[in-house]
Every structure is written in structure tokens, then in C-alpha cells.
Design a protein around this ligand. Structure first.
Ligand SMILES: [Zn+2]
Ligand SMILES: [Zn+2]
Length: 461
């Protein structure tokens, strides 16, 4: 999810996405890129089926939705999983309307919007179908320059921690401050604003967030958001850039120095990014990313302590660039690794993301990750917790008070309860009435889902 990559590119978005050239910054190469490739191909059909399809979801009064048919319920499941409407369909949809390779329906907004705008329809990516064949054809390769960059960053960060004991006090304050500001650039900017459109920001706030995000140095916001949208839309599949099914290390950092799975590359071509392409601030930051990186992520953080309170440049570099940069990077990595593995799943037990308070503490509120994957449009990225475990929400609310942010999108309490009662692991509530609204007394109960009833009727024959 969180990546740093210095691209050399002058061109258009699509060209950039496949540009593997790197920039060497003397005396170091700072180049960390997003990569993904599986050592094995998970059975995606099983993954799909195992997820809560919501076809039996409860209505506002806690009653079951009953208007699906047996065949359409599968489609509803797909739609729900992809984040579309959960309203039950009345008619069976012919299978030919489904685009199997992409998991999209033809009427999916990606295609629809492109068609409306007269854009060329995206090419059909060639995705692997046969897992065994895929295993033969695709093997992840180590990208040695990336591995070297990661090694340099992490070893250098340890040296920075050591030097911190000998640094001036103001240098310590400065590094904490720049970590906080750059963190807000990631969480409130690249994540909640540009990736998820969970609120609207004024021009001034977007400039501020783009500046803060440039301090973090985790690529440009457009590219970051593109990979993050893919992560959400194709979570825990081969197309997920940091697929947590491939283990902790891969999800944490391995994906940055392994060649990406072809499905990741393919999905980058079909995700709709037109909203960001229309955002002048976002595109400016993308166009001038390299000079902005040099200025905001290196020169400014390193130069201020040297200029204003006489810190040595040597110490300032290792502390205010290397250590700060690596710290922020690893906190972001925790969201991809820890918050996809260790914790409760109150809202959907069939996905890997979890509620991880410790990650929320470190990552300014980004650890409520089970909730976030179920309701990615909620600007709070969590149901509970106060500002202490969700600093980013506090920041956005503060900006809203100043008139800089608006249109904050949330989820209704009933919506949360219904989803948690239906799909959660039970930790959301153990005795809440919603948890028991979905029960039936037996065959003949009018609350028996229609699709279940139809299937049972067939089995009786
Ligand atoms: Zn997200
Ligand atoms: Zn995630």
C-alpha cells in the first residue's frame, strides 16, 4: 500500500505505471517500489464464495431481504464484494454479462464512465486462468536494486536511531514534527482523500496535503492511490499488490523488491482514476514529484536543523531523512501486514483485514482495518475510538470546522450493525439484538431466505 518510488517519467499516467527506471540520488539511491508476485496462486473462486455476499442482509428494521433468486444471489455476492449496491436484484442476469477475467460486470462504472466520456475502452488484460500453468510461467524475481535500497534504508535508520542520542533536542522535536506532518499527508491526503474520496477538500487543503505527502516521499499521490484502490478492490488476490495471503514478510516489505504479479499490472490499467486526473493539485504533485521529493523529503527536513540550530549535516541526514523516512515507511507497512493478520474481524470475518488498535496508535487511526475494508468510503476509517486513536479523523474534523473540508462520508449505525451481525466474527456485539435477527425456527419460517427456499425445494425433488 505504501510505497516510495522515484520514477523518471515525463509522460502520461499509463506510461508511468510501467516505467521501471529509477533515479539515483547521490550519494544514495533511494528507490523503493511497489511490487507483487505470488509464489502460489490461490483459488480465487473459493475466496469469492467464502466471503459474505450479503444476500441475506437485514433491512432497516432488522428484517431479512428476501427478493433474490438462487442464481442472482451469486451475482449479488459479487456485487457486494466489489462494493456495489447491496439491493437485491429481481431478475436473473445472464452470465454473458459478467466479465469473468476482471470480476466486473459490464455495467461496472469503470467501463460505463469511460464509454460516456468517449474514452477508449480499456484493453482486456491477459490474466492467468490455470493456477498450475501460472505457477510455471510466473515466478517472482528479486529486484536487487530495490532490495539494496531497502537494506540501505533500514540499516541507515538504525544508525539514525543511534545518532539521535547525540543530537540536539530541537532535532528530536523536529523529526517528531515532520513524522506527524508527513503522516497526515499520507492518511488524510493520499489515503482518505485521494484514494477513497471519503471527503472533499478545498484547494488550499489539498495543496497542504500534497506538500505533507511529499515530505513522506512515498511516491506521488496518484500512483499511491491507484495501488491502494487495487488493494481494496482485489484484496487478498493475485491482483493485490501486497497480498497478505503470501505471508507477513511479503505484505510488509517483500512486495517492494519482488517483481509484481501480472494481475497487479493488469489491474492498474482498468481502475478508474479520472477523478484524480481532474484534480490539478494531485496531478501537479505527480508531474513534479522528483523535485518535490528532493525539496520536501530531503532538503527541507535535513536542512532546517542545520541552518536554524546548527545541527551537523551528517547527523541531520541520517536522522531527519533516513530514520524518519524509514519509520514512516514501516508504520505504513504495518497496515498492510499486522492490520491484515492479527486481530478481530467484527465486520466481516471472511476477509483478512483486522481491527488493530496498536496500528491505529502508530498510524494515526489507520488500524481499524476490518471496518475500513468493509466501509472504505467512511472518512473516519473506523467505527469506534476517539481522536487519540484516530488523529487523522480529528484533523479532518478540525479542517471541516475551518471550512477547508466538507462532504465527510460516514456509515449509519444500522448499516454497521447489520453488516456486523451478518458477516462479523461476533466481537462487535455478543448480545446485541441484531446478532439474532437473522435466525429462523425451521422449514416454513417466512424469514427463510427465498433463495435458500428455492434450493431446498429443488433438493426435495
Ligand atoms: Zn484504504
Ligand atoms: Zn488493507
Amino acid at each position: 500500500m505504501l510505497v516510495i518510488r522515484l520514477h523518471i517519467h515525463q509522460g502520461r499516467a499509463q506510461n508511468h505505471l510501467h516505467d521501471d527506471s529509477v533515479l539515483c540520488l547521490s550519494p544514495i539511491t533511494v528507490y523503493i517500489m511497489c511490487l507483487s508476485s505470488p509464489s502460489q496462486a490461490p483459488d480465487q473462486s473459493q475466496a469469492t464464495e467464502s466471503r459474505c455476499n450479503g444476500s441475506c442482509s437485514l433491512d432497516k428494521k432488522g428484517n431479512r431481504s428476501r427478493s433474490t433468486t438462487s442464481s442472482s444471489s451469486i451475482i449479488n455476492g459479487e456485487l457486494k464484494k466489489r462494493g456495489h449496491s447491496t439491493v437485491a436484484r429481481q431478475t436473473k442476469v445472464p452470465e454473458r454479462e459478467l466479465d469473468d477475467n476482471l470480476g466486473y460486470k459490464e455495467e461496472n462504472a469503470v467501463y460505463k464512465e469511460n464509454a460516456v466520456k468517449g474514452k477508449k475502452e480499456p484493453e482486456q488484460p491477459q490474466l492467468f486462468q490455470d493456477p498450475e500453468k501460472e505457477e510455471e510461467v510466473y515466478k517472482p524475481q528479486i529486484r536487487w536494486p530495490d532490495l539494496g535500497a531497502q537494506t540501505f534504508l533500514h540499516v541507515g535508520a538504525l544508525y539514525g536511531v543511534y545518532l539521535l542520542f547525540y543530537a540536539k533536542f530541537y532535532t528530536f522535536l523536529w523529526v517528531v514534527g515532520t513524522i506527524w506532518v508527513s503522516g497526515i499527508g499520507i492518511t488524510a491526503g493520499a489515503h482518505r482523500l485521494w484514494s477513497h474520496k471519503s471527503y472533499t477538500a478545498s484547494w488550499g487543503l489539498r495543496v497542504l496535503l500534497a506538500f505533507a505527502f511529499s515530505i513522506a516521499g512515498q511516491r506521488d499521490a496518484y500512483t499511491w492511490a491507484l495501488d491502494h484502490r487495487i488493494h481494496h478492490k482485489f484484496s487478498e488476490t493475485d491482483a493485490d499488490p501486497h497480498n497478505a495471503k503470501r505471508g507477513f514478510f511479503f505484505a510488509h516489505v517483500g512486495w517492494l523488491f519482488l517483481t509484481p504479479h501480472p494481475n497487479v499490472v493488469a489491474k492498474r490499467k482498468v481502475i478508474d482514476m479520472s477523478d484524480l486526473e481532474a484534480d490539478a493539485v494531485c496531478m501537479f504533485q505527480r508531474k513534479y514529484y522528483i523535485p518535490l521529493f528532493a525539496l520536501c523529503s530531503i532538503i527541507l527536513p535535513v536542512g532546517v536543523p542545520w541552518y536554524f540550530w546548527g545541527e551537523s549535516l551528517w547527523m541531520s541526514f541520517w536522522i531527519n531523512f533516513n530514520m524518519r523516512f524509514t519509520w514512516t515507511l514501516n508504520v505504513a507497512f504495518f497496515v498492510n501486514s499486522v492490520a491484515h493478520m492479527y486481530g478481530n474481524r467484527p465486520y466481516d470475518k471472511n476477509i483478512m483485514s483486522v481491527e488493530a488498535p496498536i496500528v491505529s496508535l502508530l498510524a494515526m487511526g489507520e488500524g481499524w482495518h476490518n471496518y475500513h475494508h468493509v466501509f472504505p468510503w467512511d472518512y473516519k476509517t473506523g467505527e469506534f475510538g476517539n481522536y487519540s486513536l484516530n488523529v487523522t479523523t480529528g484533523f479532518i474534523d478540525f479542517c471541516a470546522r475551518l471550512g477547508l473540508a466538507s462532504g465527510r462520508k460516514v456509515v449509519s449505525p444500522d448499516m454497521v450493525k447489520r453488516r456486523a451481525a451478518k458477516c462479523g466474527d461476533g466481537t462487535r456485539f455478543l448480545d446485541d439484538e441484531f446478532a439474532h435477527k437473522d435466525q429462523v425456527w425451521g422449514f416454513g419460517d417466512k424469514d427463510l431466505p427465498r433463495e435458500d427456499f428455492a434450493e431446498l425445494a429443488k433438493m426435495q425433488n
